[in-house]
Write a protein that binds this ligand. Structure first.
Ligand code: CP
Ligand code: NVA
Length: 305
């Protein structure tokens, strides 16, 4: 059956556990310089309607390392930018490649593309979700601290695509998320597509959200697409900067993560981002390894060696 990865909860807990274990194996082999080409002759199309450094690099390098090829498309110089319907693009592109990754605006766009695709589609970030990043973040947590089940993640700042995806992941993998946002920027459970299983708690005070957390994480105050609100957001979010005092409220061995790119002095203090609890560079690298596991799984299914 054709599988897509459009939201974190498109995969079961067993599938996520498999991906984390598979990413570990693929990463270790790659570090030993072992050639591994399960996707020889396969092609990935990457469609970007928004900017990217990490997502493009990790998918393109990852596909190459698995023996396949990647093609970069952006809406500025494809027919998508001139009004070709996304449904038609899905029909055509999926007859020429084996796998598609899309970074775009509304989630509805990736859903419509996938409904007309013959091949698996991966969400490379939408306004609503960023599931590949949360795969990398949880894999990074597991590498440093073991299972995330029963642990507490503190999300400080905007209730954006990253926050929504953490909340979905908490339901799938059974951990807790403490969210603190400024008034007016709260989580919208419908937009996050939550089942309301009690894995999420809102805190008015970000210090309280951090109390006892095993992981403190944040993201930019102004996501791509919301640039017009930048000045207003700088003021509204001023008290939601993750700084050393906030980190002191968390568990003494708490980790700090940020999907990057980061703005030191806005959502995170430089001393936290560059400090001993921060694992942001491992987190960025792990995009490569988890997405290789994801692409292998979508095209080849479970592999036991
Ligand atoms: N974290 C992330 O998705 O980075 P890019 O925008 O650089 O792809
Ligand atoms: N929330 C950010 C993440 C960037 C990787 C955005 O959507 O711009």
């Amino acid at each position: 059956m054709l599988k897509h990865f459009l939201q974190f909860r498109d995969f079961t807990r067993a599938e996520h556990d498999y991906l984390f274990e598979r990413a570990r194996v693929i990463k270790a082999r790659f570090k030993r310089y072992e050639t591994y080409h399960p996707l020889a002759d396969r092609t990935l199309a990457m469609i970007f309607e928004k900017s990217s450094t990490r997502t493009r690099l990790s998918f393109e390098a990852g596909m190459h390392q698995l023996g396949g090829a990647a093609i970069y498309l952006n809406t500025r110089d494809t027919q998508l930018g001139r009004g070709e319907p996304v449904e038609d693009a899905g029909e055509v592109i999926s007859r020429m490649v084996d796998l598609v990754m899309i970074r775009t605006f509304e989630q509805d766009i990736v859903e419509r593309f996938a409904a007309h695709s013959r091949v698996p589609v991966i969400n490379g970030l939408t306004n609503e979700y960023h599931p590949c990043q949360i795969l990398a973040d949880i894999f990074t947590f597991i590498e440093h601290r073991g299972s995330i089940q029963g642990r507490t993640v503190a999300w400080i700042g905007d209730s954006n695509n990253m926050c929504n995806t953490w909340l979905q992941a908490a339901e799938v993998l059974d951990f807790n998320v403490h969210v603190s946002t400024p008034p007016g920027y709260e989580v919208e459970p419908e937009r996050a597509n939550l089942h309301g299983t009690g894995h999420f708690e809102h805190f008015a005070d970000p210090m309280h959200a951090c109390r006892g957390a095993d992981l403190v994480t944040t993201d930019v105050w102004t996501s791509m697409g919301w640039e017009a609100e930048n000045e207003k957001r700088l003021k509204a979010f001023a008290d939601w900067q993750v700084d050393a005092d906030m980190m002191k409220m968390a568990h003494p061995d708490a980790l700090f993560m940020h999907c990057l790119p980061a703005h030191r002095g806005e959502e995170v203090a430089g001393e936290v981002l560059d400090g001993p609890q921060s694992v942001v560079w491992d987190e960025a690298e792990n995009r490569l390894h988890v997405q290789k596991a994801l692409m292998e799984y979508l095209l080849r299914g479970r592999i036991e060696n």
